[in-house]
Design a protein around this ligand. Sequence first.
Ligand code: TYD
Length: 216
Amino acid sequence: MLITFEGIDGAGKSTQVARLKRHLQELGHEVLTLREPGGTEVCENIRELLLQSKHDIAPVTELLLFAASRAELVEKVILPALEQGSIVILDRFSDSTTAYQGYGRGLSLELLEKVNGIATFGLRPDITFFLDITPEDAMIRKFSEKSLPLAFDSEELDRMESSGLEFYRRVRDGYLRIHESEPERMVLLDARLSPQILHERISGKVEQWSAAGRNA
Ligand code: TYD
């Protein structure tokens, strides 16, 4: 089973990934969690290039670097883990590319579909949790957690986060559109709910999904 988490930066995905992992392990499942980009030495190097560098990277280059990292992770880690029967939980997957490089950067959705198809080897998530939050609320959350004054050009922001508020509005809108077109796969959750309520909804959905699979 492949479970993915999506949403703009600061939506609280990593907390929910960690809680779901613990919950599923307590139920006796083998669980692997990974974040994208990252997860192998090569992918971590690509991550560094994409996020830490302040280079101006062209949108197609950016797309191909995220895709290269994904292809490496899918082939070397995700597919083998799924074959061994593990549940794989990903903090971001191909919907991030559609939302960020497609809706955010303005690359054509046709191109994205092609590149996503190559990078995932056709692998699709069984269920995706989209933690929805406005860019304004996400920024407020991020800066208040670090007790820093809110500033959209802060040194604290990585290369992607420095793309500005308008960019993040387009990315969020992109996620909302993906959800509209695939409401069965993508579960939309209000990221402002408490972490405990979010966790209960998420784990409930996963259990529902796997019970349906067992009965099918
Ligand atoms: P990360 O620190 O993992 O952000 P977050 O904690 O919000 O998940 O950084 C990943 C960044 O890369 C984030 O800004 C989203 C962006 N991204 C893309 O633009 N396209 C992609 O395909 C992926 C996987 C991530």
